[in-house]
Structure formats: C-alpha cells, structure tokens
Design a protein around this ligand. Sequence first.
Ligand SMILES: Cc1cc2nc3c(=O)[nH]c(=O)nc-3n(C[C@H](O)[C@H](O)[C@H](O)COP(=O)(O)O)c2cc1C
Length: 216
Amino acid sequence: MTRPPVRIAAFGGTFRADSLNRHLLDAAVRLAPASADVEILEIRDLPLYNQDLDPGMGGGSHPSAVAVFRAGIERCDGMLLVSPEYNWGVPGYLKNAVDWVSHPPRDSVMVGRPALLMGASTGPAGTGRAQLAWRQILLSIRTPVLVDALQVPLAHTRISREGELDSQLEEQVVALMRTLVGEAEVARDVGLPARLRQPSTNPVAGMYFAPTTLSE
Ligand SMILES: Cc1cc2nc3c(=O)[nH]c(=O)nc-3n(C[C@H](O)[C@H](O)[C@H](O)COP(=O)(O)O)c2cc1C
C-alpha cells in the first residue's frame, strides 16, 4: 500500500525584501526530501491576537487569515519554523502567529506536531537565544521541538542576496530537513498529537512531552 507523503508546514522569515530568514525558509523547502509535501504558510496578513476572536478561548470565529493559517498547521505532520532573533528574543509577529494557533490548551493544532527550528542572524549568536525562547514557548503548548536545529551566525556571509546558500549550509539544511521529515513520519504513525492531548499525568504522554524524546 502506498503511504501518503509526509506533510510539512513551513513558516517564518521576515517581511523585508532581502530577508535572510526568508531565503533560508525558501531554501529549506527547495532542499527537502522529494518524498515530502512541504507547504509554506504565509503569516504576513495575520492580525494581532485578540481573544475575543479565538473560539479556542471562548471567543467568536477566527479572522479568515487565521483560519487559513490554522488549517495549514492542522493538515501537516511536522513544522519548520524559521525565526530571526530580535533583541535576544523571538520576534513579535511570529509569536503572534503561534499564539493564534495555541488554543484550546492541550487541544490545539500545535499539539504533538514535531517542529524544527532554523534561524539566521547578521550577528555572531545566530539566533541561538531566540531559539531557546522558542523551545520554552513550544514546550508550553506541547509542540515537541527537535534537539537538532540550525543557527546561522553572520548569515549575510553565507546566504547571497539571491538566496543561494553556501555549500556547507546547504548540506546542513538537507540533513535537517531529512531529520524533520523522519520525525514527522514517526509522530504521524504513533499518533503523537492524540497522545499528547492526554493529561500530562499520563505516563505515555509524559514520555513524549520530554523535548528530547523524538530525536534521541
Ligand atoms: C528589531 C531588531 C532586533 C534585532 N536583534 C538582534 C539580536 O538580538 N540578535 C541578533 O543576532 N541580531 C539581531 N538583529 C539583527 C538581525 O539578525 C538582522 O537584521 C537579520 O538580517 C534579520 O533577519 P532578516 O534578514 O530575515 O530580515 C535585530 C534586528 C532587528 C531589526
């Protein structure tokens, strides 16, 4: 029996024309295993979070751009999040996007879908501080984050204005996308999203909740 392709939802980057993070996102999509179905979810049109418009928090219906974004997450098996680092933390617009899809608690579309972090910065830290913050945020909403991640310091020296990656970076992206697709397939096959919807006292869910479990 032919198995359906593993579906990956990719989002992030910044909105400026020459965004290094957007180049990285586009390259990761291009370099993903051919067997996977990778879809970019655009977040540019998401409004600021408003609980009154979040049915997951007792509000009315989602604005249409949120509904589209949410549906993209819902149909994926794993996620790629490409985030810059702003002021040693996560950028507001990307946190806003994740906030829109983070409820109801324990039952949101983010639960149990493995996420890979990538990020590019012009500084020497390569978005490492933002990624630590992302791990904490994603842990709180039961999104398992792969231990392996990509941090690109001095990214303007590694990614061209046309979006070409240097060969070493390209190899890293290929390897990480292969890992993500593998982890997403495992999560799909074991029904990880459903397991993680169990209360955290459940020993099986607790086991998978440990952020290192999926890739060690
Ligand atoms: C508001 C703001 C805050 C920034 N803070 C950091 C930072 O904390 N660490 C860092 O390495 N770079 C920081 N930078 C520099 C970014 O790494 C750089 O602008 C990068 O190119 C942004 O990603 P982009 O190319 O995808 O737009 C900051 C940039 C902006 C605009």
